[in-house]
Design a protein. Structure first.
Length: 164
């Protein structure tokens, strides 16, 4: 394998925050609009009495909406040629030509309540040089932790990207 895909200064970023934490309130109305757009009519998102009778303190939000609700609106000019938004915050510099999305795994640890305030923090989890059928590449992993206003970790997302 060719050494040098990961510069030392980039390797030193492992464990660091990649951007400032993002905090926001997820309203019931926004969560319900998302659920309707996704054709998810789960009564736990719409009916407070149903949510409470199921043991929750109020209505829930669709789990995947958590990430989208904390992303600020951005202009179309900020979209890269691969369809993703240009990153804000620290740049992870690698000696490669392109980076591709490699997937994301979610772990939900506590109920996601409408009306709660959530904070997300994304850190560079790991960088690993590998060799595949198309040559050398870097597997980059990030970890985003979501906490509520009480400091409880409610979700964790591990993202993968492949850089060649």
């Amino acid at each position: 394998m060719t050494a040098g895909l990961i510069p030392d200064e980039t390797r030193a970023m492992i464990g660091q925050l990649l951007s400032e934490p993002v905090t926001g309130v997820v309203t019931a109305a926004a969560a319900q609009r998302f659920a309707l757009a996704a054709d998810d009519r789960n009564p736990l998102y719409f009916d407070e009495a149903a949510a409470q009778s199921a043991g929750y303190r109020t209505t829930l939000i669709p789990p995947v909406f958590l990430a989208w609700s904390l992303n600020p609106p951005r202009p179309l000019a900020d979209v890269r040629t691969d369809g993703l938004y240009r990153g804000e915050g620290k740049r992870v510099t690698l000696n490669v030509k392109r980076v591709m999305f490699g997937g994301e795994d979610w772990e939900f640890l506590a109920p996601l309540y409408a009306g709660d305030t959530y904070t997300s923090e994304t850190r560079l989890k790991s960088l690993e040089e590998k060799t595949g059928g198309s040559g050398d590449f870097v597997l980059q992993m990030t970890e985003t932790t979501y906490t509520n206003q009480d400091g409880i970790v409610v979700a964790r997302a591990t993202g993968r990207s492949i850089a060649r």
